[in-house]
Design a protein around this ligand. Structure first.
Ligand SMILES: Nc1ncnc2c1ncn2[C@@H]1O[C@H](COP(=O)(O)OP(=O)(O)OP(=O)(O)O)[C@@H](O)[C@H]1O
Length: 292
């Protein structure tokens, strides 16, 4: 279990990127969902011991993460948002090098680890290729392989599917799902589908604050009977926004589909709408914006 308590972070320029974040993150896949600038990367870097928060505490089991970062690092796998690699080095050699850095000193053990990981992430066939020659999806799978060196108990993955095509994204998510239920995996993302597909628990972060926490299915159930939809012309949107609490709009075959959150029938031709996690997310963001 990873416990974050009253975690805040203020950058030198005064930006409050995290504001009293308190979360208990159990074993399994945990989704941290938020828009650009929400503070996700700040939180991921803080958990990964790359920066020290201004305030608050982090515990992972018996480890006081801020006081004993080295102890956590031995148990940590981290795939940062901007995962830089030496472009001309092969996947095989780079993984070897990283395994050595992670403390696997015995050559035979290192070789065994590297080969098993290359098979696990399905990169065995391209292991001799320079990293620069791999596709975006392959590079992200390489990123997961390096994060898995040394059998970590805590795995932090920051926006891993951004920029992947749908097939590569599916393959990457399948790989994450396989990592197992016995470790804590935190998946930070702005893509609702990543969380919907993988995570039995999640939180929404916006403006540095936790806006919502829970199990996606329960959170979706919480919108039941309160969501309404109508398809309108784009030009009518401003009028609808003025009359109704619009939480989201999406285009459907060139027309605009409006979703409204209301405990009672808003009239005006709206029909009941079966919500999904995207609706939960947009309702949460709309609420956070109003509160701000
Ligand atoms: N080194 C820094 N110095 C000053 N402000 C920063 C720094 N890093 C991030 N910020 C600011 O902190 C806030 C949170 O940024 P962060 O990168 O953690 O968000 P994010 O949710 O990961 O966003 P994105 O999806 O765009 O990466 C933003 O307002 C950002 O501009």
């Amino acid at each position: 279990m990873l416990e974050l308590t009253h975690l805040s972070h203020v950058y030198g320029n005064g930006t409050r990127a995290l504001d009293q974040v308190t979360l208990s993150i159990p074993r399994g896949m945990y989704g941290l969902l938020g828009p650009n600038g929400a503070g996700k990367s700040t939180l991921m870097r803080t958990i990964a011991t790359l920066q020290v928060p201004t305030e608050g505490s982090i515990r992972f089991g018996e480890i006081d993460v801020i006081a004993e970062p080295q102890r956590l690092r031995r148990r940590l796998g981290y795939l940062p948002q901007d995962f830089g690699v030496y472009p001309r080095v092969s996947a095989y050699d780079m993984l070897h090098h990283m395994a050595a850095l992670k403390g696997i000193g015995v050559a035979a053990e290192r070789r065994q680890t590297v080969e098993a990981l290359l098979h696990q992430v399905n990169l065995w066939g391209v292991r001799k290729k320079a990293l620069a020659g791999l596709s975006g999806g392959m590079r992200q799978r390489f990123g997961i392989a390096q994060a898995l060196i040394g059998n970590p108990w805590l795995i932090v993955v920051d926006e891993p599917t951004a920029g992947l095509d749908p097939e590569e994204r599916n393959r990457f998510l399948d790989l994450l799902a396989e990592i197992g239920e016995n470790v804590v995996v935190i998946l930070s993302t702005h893509i609702v589908g990543d969380v919907a597909d993988l995570c039995p628990r999640m939180a929404v972060l916006a403006g540095g604050r936790i806006q919502l926490e829970g199990a996606p299915l329960e959170l979706i159930r919480g919108t039941r009977g309160r969501l309404w939809t109508k398809t309108i012309e784009r030009a009518e949107l401003e009028g609808y926004k003025a009359r109704h609490p619009v939480v989201s709009t999406r285009l459907s075959a060139g027309r605009t589909m409006v979703h409204v959150l209301s405990d009672t029938d808003p009239g005006d031709g709206f029909t009941p709408h079966e919500g999904d996690l995207e609706d939960v997310y947009f309702c949460t963001l709309a609420h956070a914006r109003r509160a701000a």
